[in-house]
Write a protein of this length. Structure first.
Length: 504
């Protein structure tokens, strides 16, 4: 029977306890075949159609290590500043569960391929927090269970379960942090920032798409509390398979409040796995958490040890791409923006679209202005992300070029973007259909200026008298007459010329 505990406030929890976290992230590698056999890893196939005696655990079948999986593990380890083992081996992690057809998982135990690293992450205010990495090791994924007949899709209450072993044996890298201490009230934010940065690293390496919503990257959030001033860690809970950045943060926050409530009431924290519920932001009990000895690890007798040569490791290191944090800092300096401005770009999910727009020919300032201004507003109003808008970086770059060439001003450019988003065609097609080019005919501009002066004699007299700022009213009149299609700076120059007044 589950006892309901009223949560304490987050502030009260932090007033008495220090949170300690451990994050375990599973990354599904994007290899073409499974970790220990030649079965395809392609998504969407008929259930159980991508299986063989090896990944089904049939007697007499023998595994063979996927070389690309090993290389991907080394790439990840190097990117996380880890040491790469000169010699390591696989182990059998023994447990029974229906989606594990062999009744053991081929994993690594005390001899991981990568260990003792770190990842620097940036928080919302630009502060950098270092998360130390305990290990990154190779293993295989389980199959997929579908629980049928219940209301929640979980095994409790289901009438029966279906098993699809297509995923069984897909290569995984499990990345385990050392205990994360010292984050205090920012612990949930640190957890989210770490998983976000790790996802960006994985994507930059090209070893996985790391799409959390598709299960290609999953996070287990381990959390415990200890009273202020005490060194010994408290008992931890493990919230399993959290699959979004927001949920990682919410799960950590909820568990801090739940642990504090249990401890304050004189209760004892149970070491267990827990399930996170997206709809409520809460967790519920799963099963009592096993210790390592419960899995009866022993070396895998059917696989030879993995011993990457130092030459191969260094060759892989030399081929690593520029990592996300380094790249962001470089771009920030090149663009001349603050850390806060860069964080706003990241929060909006605009970095890659801005970079693509610059690559397509726009200057950095213009690319940022359109994506973080007009287009961000449009995305917000339509409930879409920036990359879901019906406009490409190349089209935004074209709008930017039309502005810099003087064919458009900002007001007309906004109308062009509006037309592209509405499906009216390319920027040039929208300009032609709507007749939006800036009026560059000097004769037509001169006529409009003369009419504005004649229609506003009082303002013209003020300008002649030295009040140059009053020219703004005449500029406005000309812009209105030309439907906003004049170059405001050129209009002002013509007004002052006609009135015999210099800007200075």
């Amino acid at each position: 029977m589950t006892t309901t505990i009223d949560l304490v406030s987050y502030e009260d929890a932090l007033a008495s306890y220090d949170p300690v976290m451990g994050l375990e992230v599973h990354v599904e590698l994007g290899t073409k075949t499974k970790m220990f056999c030649g079965c395809s890893t392609e998504l969407g196939a008929e259930p159980n159609s991508q299986t063989c005696p090896t990944c089904l655990g049939m007697p007499g079948s023998l595994p063979v290590v996927n070389a690309t999986g090993v290389e991907s593990a080394i790439r990840i380890g190097l990117a996380l500043n880890c040491e790469i083992a000169e010699w390591c081996r696989f182990a059998r992690k023994n447990y029974f569960y229906p989606d594990m057809p062999k009744n053991f998982q081929t994993s690594q135990y005390d001899e991981p391929i990568a260990f003792n690293g770190y990842l620097d992450v940036q928080l919302e205010d630009g502060e950098t927090f270092r998360v130390e990495i305990e290990r990154a090791h190779m293993e295989e994924d389980t199959g997929k269970s579908m629980h049928v007949g219940g209301a929640t899709g979980r095994i409790h209450g289901a009438s029966h379960s279906l098993l699809d072993y297509n995923r069984a044996g897909i290569p995984l890298i499990e990345i385990v942090t050392k205990p994360i201490e010292g984050a205090g009230e920012r612990a949930p934010e640190v957890a989210k920032a770490y998983v976000r940065e790790l996802r960006e690293v994985i994507k930059a390496l090209g070893v996985s798409e790391a799409r959390m919503e598709m299960g290609q990257m999953r996070c287990d959030v381990n959390l415990s509390l200890r009273p202020h001033g005490r060194e010994k860690f408290g008992t931890r809970s493990e919230t399993k398979n959290v699959n979004s950045l927001r949920s990682v943060e919410r799960a950590a926050r909820f568990e801090i409040q739940r642990h504090a409530a249990v401890l304050n009431s004189g209760g004892t924290i149970i070491q267990e796995t827990r399930h996170f519920h997206e709809d409520t932001g809460s967790t519920t009990s799963g099963r009592v958490k096993e210790e390592a000895e419960d899995y009866r690890y022993f070396p895998e007798p059917d696989l030879v040890p993995v011993a990457p040569t130092r030459e191969w490791v260094e060759e892989i290191r030399s081929g690593l791409p520029e990592l996300p944090l380094v790249r962001r800092n470089r771009l920030r300096e090149e663009w001349g923006i603050s850390g806060t401005e860069m964080q706003a770009i990241l929060n909006a999910g605009a970095l890659e679209t801005i970079v693509a727009t610059i690559d397509a020919g726009a200057d950095a300032g213009s690319a940022r202005k359109w994506w973080m201004g007009e287009l961000a507003r449009s995305a917000n109003e339509s409930g879409k992300t920036l990359d879901e808008l019906a406009i490409t970086p190349e089209q935004v770059a074209r709008v930017s070029k039309l502005v810099s060439s003087g064919d458009l001003n900002d007001k007309l450019a906004r109308q062009v973007i509006e037309g592209v988003l509405a499906g009216e065609g390319t920027p040039d097609e929208v300009v032609d259909k709507r007749g939006l080019k800036v009026v560059s005919d000097e004769g037509a501009l001169t006529t409009a200026v003369e009419e504005a002066i004649a229609g506003n004699p009082g303002i013209a007299d003020k300008i002649r008298g030295g009040k140059v700022a009053a020219a703004g009213a005449l500029v406005g009149a000309v812009m209105k007459a030309t439907r906003g299609q004049a170059d405001a700076a050129r209009v002002k120059e013509l007004i002052l010329e006609k009135l015999g007044v210099s800007e200075g």
